[in-house]
Structures are given as structure tokens and as C-alpha cells.
Design a protein around this ligand. Sequence first.
Ligand code: 13P
Length: 248
Amino acid sequence: MRRKLAAGNWKMNGLGANLAEIGKLTKLHRTPVCDIMIAPPATIITSALVEAGDHALAIGGQDCHAATSGAHTGDISAEMLRDAGAGYVILGHSERRADHGETDEVVRAKTEAAHAAGLVAVVCVGETLHHRQTNSTLHVVGTQLAESLPNGVSGANTVVAYEPVWAIGTGEVATLDQIAEVHDFIRAELKTRFGDEADAIRVLYGGSVKPTNAAEIFAVSNVDGALVGGASLKAEDFSGIIAALETA
Ligand code: 13P
């Protein structure tokens, strides 16, 4: 059985004052029966860990450089995230692919760096509205998977997040049929490439997940949790999603 994962991506949101949300969340879910991860901005990773205390809640980065160190002003390596106490790193998010021109090749190199540093890589894939309207969703997602995931992927070191770009931050959610189709496809592709290990790899859905729609999304086959943006910023909202996942 894959242990379910509720992951929050705070994106470029979060100051010291927002850390209280993490404290609230740990109190709302003292002994969760799913994994919980929050990826705050790197500036508050250490204080987020202090806020979480001895709670099992994991902290993640939102990106890392493919190199371990060197002349890359402004970048952060996977080893630095690990050193700061992070357990996860989100890689290949569509906002990074769009804003920073990250290619599958770059994402693969970053994923290898994350693995080498002992981080769990949350590798994001997903089609744009144009791709969906031109019926190329599975082709696009298949190519991103094939080229963004390095060899050596396991359930212990990698999570895949399916995030349709058109559903991110828009309030528009993929239909349950659309989610099922892509998640089944991702599972099949992982099986073809990684064999039995694929059964251990968690596949998350992301894109306007809210407490109100979480339960129906978590009932879809091959959905092992969610990667949540906006609704992860407030403990009450994220808590509703975690509760739905715990009972799924
Ligand atoms: P929203 O939940 O705000 O749509 O964001 C999803 C996302 O991009 C998580 O990585």
C-alpha cells in the first residue's frame, strides 16, 4: 500500500508571521495517518522545522540547482536543502518550466541531484489548455515523465505530481474522468519503465484542490494525495484536505 501524501506548495508566499499556520496544522493533526509535507519559501525552511517541532510533518524546498555547489548566484543546491532539514523538493513545477525555461532535461538533472542528496523529489508534469484542446495530453505527459525522471526512481525517492497547467490557481479542476485517465496512464508508464517498483511510487493530483472537492478527487483510482497551492496557506483549509485524504 502506498502511504498517502498531502503536500502544500506555498510558492512565493510566506513570511515569518505565516509560520503559525504550520504550528496550527500540527495541532489539528497530531497523529496523521497520511504523510504531510509543506514546501515554504527557502527563507523560512529552518524556522518552519522549528515550528513543526517533533511532529512528523515534513518540510520541502520548491526547487534546487542540479549542481552540488559553485558559481550559481541565487541558486540553492539539493544538499543545502537537506542540510537545512528539508526532506522533499518540488521539481519541474509548471511555473518554473514557464518562468525559468526549465526543460525536461534540466528537471531530470535536478531530480538526480535531489536523489544524491537524499531528498524525495516531487516531479511535476501536466499539460497546458492548448495541449488538452488538441488531444495531446497523454503524449505531453508521457514525454515529460520519460524525460524528467532519471533511472533509479523508486517509491522512496520520488513522487509524481500531475498538475494540469490550466487548473492551477484558476479554480478550474480537472473532471474526475480526466484525472482518472491521466493517473491510470502515469501508473502504466511507470510500470513499463520501473516494473514492480512503480506500485510504490505515489502519484499526486494538483490544481485547485480545496476542502470542498478533495474527497471526490481522492476517491479516483491511482490518486495517492494532492499537491496543493492556495489552499495550503491556511491551516484550516489544508486541514480539510488532509482529513479527506485520511478517510479516503
Ligand atoms: P493551486 O492549488 O493554487 O491551484 O496550485 C496548485 C499547484 O500549483 C501546486 O503546486
